[in-house]
Design a binder for this molecule. Structure first.
Ligand code: MRU
Length: 357
């Protein structure tokens, strides 16, 4: 049984509080979009796909408690709540994209729905569908990623390095980069996975470690500063990471530290893969330079679980993400197959057409 961080049953939404993992397993109820905004902002739930799923499911839960005088009023409310949810964390594109798709769909339902309640049910069904689609997409991309890596290794077991947490906790289930790791392990073709601590929030040492131990996957933790030495001394087949946003020219925003891993991988001639569902594709930016990078509180750097680890009075810069240029990326692993960064633009246009028809 893989870990579940989002539970949605009978119109009830509960999430695993990731701030307390791995030390405590606390589930919290999210009753409306404000609860979800707080949980996303505080990073009680995090990871681009999970942020979007929790945001949208909280709207589904909230809609059942509301009454509206007309379909138009309901559509205005849905669109306003979606815009609000997008503001909780700006860098991952998934929530923005879901908001766009759902808003367009909801507006379209105003004239075609028989009643306010049938319109509401259609919006809720669409949201629930997005959840299922994410799990399926994760399984598909993981299969493609595992196939591709095994083809490159001529079927020999592979050794990977990954960063941050991209597993069940970060998605609707299974994972993206960690999904590929899982798929290889299931085929008994994973020699070993190394994973970074991922300072300052420690998604690696807290969350990825938790998932890998849970699934009994052969794995070793390294500090972020050890990555180049790791590449020099261990025989890595590839580096594989997740994605918060892939833009038109193939540049990718992901957890802070991704960029330095890509540079080090290039120096060491190690392939550098990014794994994401096409919900992470974003045609609205030409290059990564215009992606808004979230900056977070200095306390994430100066304290660990409330214990101060930096000298009082020190200045901090805490960007949560960085942008890796397309030229450092070997390929993008998606649920529809493997693309080189230069193929991303063409694929983006196709994805955009599919989303809106
Ligand atoms: O700040 P976080 O923990 O939300 O950042 C998560 C990442 O950067 C992941 O790599 C990305 O969202 C992909 S998760 C499948």
């Amino acid at each position: 049984m893989s870990l579940k961080s989002i539970i949605y049953k009978k119109q009830h939404l509960t999430i695993l509080n990731q701030l307390l993992l791995p030390f405590e397993k606390e589930f919290i109820d999210l009753e409306n979009t404000e609860d979800a905004w707080d949980a996303i902002h505080k990073m009680q739930v995090r990871g681009a796909p999970a942020i979007s799923i929790v945001g949208c499911l909280s709207l589904a839960v909230e809609l059942r408690t509301k009454t509206f005088g007309s379909c138009e009023e309901q559509a205005d409310y849905v669109c306003e709540r979606l815009r609000y949810l997008v503001t909780a964390r700006p860098t991952a594109v998934n929530m923005t994209d879901a908001a766009h798709v759902l808003s367009e769909m909801t507006r379209g339902l105003v004239t075609t729905s028989e009643s306010v309640s049938t319109m509401r049910d259609k919006v809720i069904t669409e949201i629930e569908k997005m959840w299922d689609e994410d799990i399926n997409a994760n399984h598909e991309l993981s299969r493609h990623g595992a196939d591709m890596l095994l083809e490159k290794s001529n079927g020999e077991p592979v050794t990977l390095l990954t960063h941050c947490n991209t597993g069940s906790l970060a998605t609707a289930g299974y994972g993206t980069a960690l999904g590929v790791v899982r798929a290889l392990h299931e085929r008994q073709k994973l020699e070993h996975v190394y994973f970074t601590e991922t300072r300052p929030y420690n998604q690696g040492s807290r969350l990825t470690a938790f998932e890998l131990i849970h699934d009994d996957i052969p794995a070793t933790l390294v500090c972020d500063s050890m990555a180049s030495a790791l590449m020099q001394h261990k025989n890595l087949s590839a580096v594989i990471v997740g994605v918060d946003r892939i833009v038109t020219n193939g540049d990718v925003a992901n957890k802070i530290g991704t960029y330095q891993l890509a540079i080090a991988a290039k120096y060491h001639n190690i392939p550098f893969y990014v794994a994401a569902t096409e919900y992470s594709f974003d045609v609205s930016h030409r290059t990564g330079a215009s992606i808004k990078i979230e900056e977070r509180e200095p306390t994430e750097m100066t304290s660990v679980r409330g214990v101060r680890v930096a000298a009082p009075g020190v200045n901090c810069w805490n960007p949560a993400f960085d942008v890796t240029p397309a030229e450092l990326i070997t390929a993008v692993i998606t649920e529809f197959g493997i693309f080189t960064p230069s193929q991303v633009e063409e694929r983006l246009i196709e994805v955009q057409k599919l989303k809106h028809h």
